[in-house]
Design a protein around this ligand. Structure first.
Ligand code: PBG
Length: 325
């Protein structure tokens, strides 16, 4: 009798397929990134990310409560300030929008969800770079570290459980760890954006945070072709005290996620970024992709590659889909 090996036997019923499924995706592994706009009285739709908005403080609270009710594991907060300056003062100011929103959410949710904060200057600078500039207009690594230290303290004071240094400055994790410890925030963790690539997939995010950037971030974010360099960044961040390491973007970097998963002894996160979201939403709106199936397939693939935690703009919706099976 040929064929005598029949893998299709295990695919015959939904129950069989479910039982032998290798990749399990759970709502608590998903993190919802959110944008909150200073002074906004109504949520502002983000055209490049259909379905996403710049929240008011109030609508943010509601979206967070809804996410937690759906079973989402965490919230990552980005602030959109009303004014910007050369050194990104709004990020350090305890009354800056990001820190205010963190306090709102911690008061609302307590420890029911993992509250995370983007620790970067690009939303707060009038030149849009992730750090401060030197006299020649270049991003000044070590001067930026000093600002990140202040920002980390402010975010921990405001109630973040995990701060997320995402500027790709050398030494950022070590400096943040030291600053948190010195301020008594020994239990505030660091979600390190360890392998962050200079990616075209961040495009839609620029509108979401009203980025002022001209040019690119290639002097600090990584070249998309480099995986060994990503591992070097991961090793450095682990030495400097990262509690989780992250790869970003996700879908075009599944091999990097796998490689990081193999060397990391801390949990690995992956960020399904704005361009990944926009790409699927646009194709689905045209009827070219089945929206929900595509969303769940991308998340499953990122999990399969080795991410224990996934940041995704679909977190609330995907958590709901998972719960309904
Ligand atoms: C930096 C930051 C960016 C994103 C997350 N953190 C922008 C960038 O590095 O250019 C992009 C996220 C996304 O595209 O969804 N603060």
């Amino acid at each position: 009798m040929f064929p005598n090996h029949r893998p299709r036997r295990l695919r015959r019923t939904a129950a069989l397929r479910r039982m032998v499924g290798e990749t399990v995706l759970a709502p608590h592994q998903l993190v919802l990134p959110v944008f909150v706009k200073e002074g906004a009285t109504e949520p502002v739709p983000i055209a490049s990310m259909p379905g996403m908005v710049q929240h008011t403080r109030d609508s943010l609270r509601k979206a967070a409560v809804e996410a937690v009710a759906a079973g989402v594991g965490g919230i990552m907060v980005f602030g959109v300030p009303q004014t910007r300056d050369a050194v990104g003062s709004g990020g350090v100011d305890p009354d800056g929008i990001l820190n205010v929103a963190l306090r709102d959410l911690r008061a609302e949710l307590g420890d029911d969800t993992v509250l995370m904060s983007d620790l970067c200057l690009d939303e707060f600078t009038d030149h849009g770079h992730c750090g401060v500039l030197d006299a020649d207009g270049q991003v000044d690594n070590d001067a930026t570290l000093a600002v990140y230290a202040d920002m980390a303290r402010a975010q921990a004071d405001a109630g973040a459980h995990l701060v997320g240094p995402s500027g790709m400055m050398d030494g950022q994790v070590g400096v943040v760890r030291e600053a948190l410890d010195a301020a008594g925030h020994i239990d505030t963790g660091i979600l390190a954006y360890s392998a962050k690539f200079a990616s075209a997939f961040f495009g839609p995010f620029r509108e979401a945070v009203e980025s002022q950037l001209r040019g690119d971030r290639k002097t600090y974010q990584q070249d998309p072709g480099n995986v060994r360099e990503a591992l070097r960044e991961v090793h450095l961040d682990l030495q400097e005290g990262a509690d989780l390491v992250m790869v970003k973007p996700a879908l075009a970097y599944l091999d990097v996620i796998r490689a990081v998963h193999e060397v990391s002894d801390v949990p690995v996160a992956a960020y399904q970024v704005s361009g990944e979201y926009a790409m699927v939403e646009a194709a689905a709106a045209n009827g070219w992709l089945e929206r929900e199936r595509t969303i769940m397939e991308t998340l499953t693939a990122i999990r399969r590659a080795g991410a224990e935690v996934i940041l995704t703009y679909w977190a609330t919706e995907a958590a709901g889909l998972l719960r309904r099976g």
